[in-house]
Design a protein around this ligand. Sequence first.
Ligand SMILES: Cc1cc2nc3c(=O)[nH]c(=O)nc-3n(C[C@H](O)[C@H](O)[C@H](O)COP(=O)(O)O)c2cc1C
Length: 213
Amino acid sequence: MSESAPIEHLAGLTSGDLIDAEEPLRLFAAWFEQATRSEPRDPTAMSLATVDTDGLPNVRMVLMKAFGEAGFVFYTNTDSQKGLELDRDRKAALLFHWKSINRQVRLRGPVERIDDAEADAYFATRPRLAQIGAWASKQSAPLESPHAFEKAIALYAAKFAIGTIPRPPNWTGYRLRPLLIEFWQERPFRLHDRLEFRRETLDAPWRKTRLYP
Ligand SMILES: Cc1cc2nc3c(=O)[nH]c(=O)nc-3n(C[C@H](O)[C@H](O)[C@H](O)COP(=O)(O)O)c2cc1C
């Protein structure tokens, strides 16, 4: 639709699934499924926001490896900048942006480490070189020398030459349990749809509110 289209052309543009949705996880699942079909690259990519000890926000991409009633799971090094910030504050925000369907989903809430058994099971599915990389990378720390990482990889590749590779003690999953999930759908003329679901506690029912764009 061109920028000069008459306003009556906007009637009926509000996304039906947004208006009808009563519960955010089913809506997330539907949008994620659409994004999976239409995104040229990984639809699980999401921004993870934390804050440092000065309250300065910090944001970076991670991959969502599971989602459901229990929350949204991603994996990382617990000694990394994000790991330290997550363990200290135990709360964070996530953001998906699916360009191919002009949508974003924001989530905020408390964060907890997942169970060791769940982290072990996921680690076991990773390619062997990724498992070795998890041992070799002191994620977010300065490299001591130009080839320090390659040397560490060679070291761990030799150490774990045979047999299954255990999960490093400083590598696990974190689960964000949302208290807020906001769905944003682009519409022409920046008359976007925003639908927010909020709950006071993790056991409380979701309250739904539409927001001005
Ligand atoms: C698309 C994409 C996905 C990523 N996924 C992860 C991930 O799942 N886990 C992770 O630790 N880092 C991931 N990274 C790297 C992080 O963005 C970041 O560079 C790294 O984790 C260090 O962040 P930190 O110093 O804030 O801890 C990803 C980067 C990109 C661009």
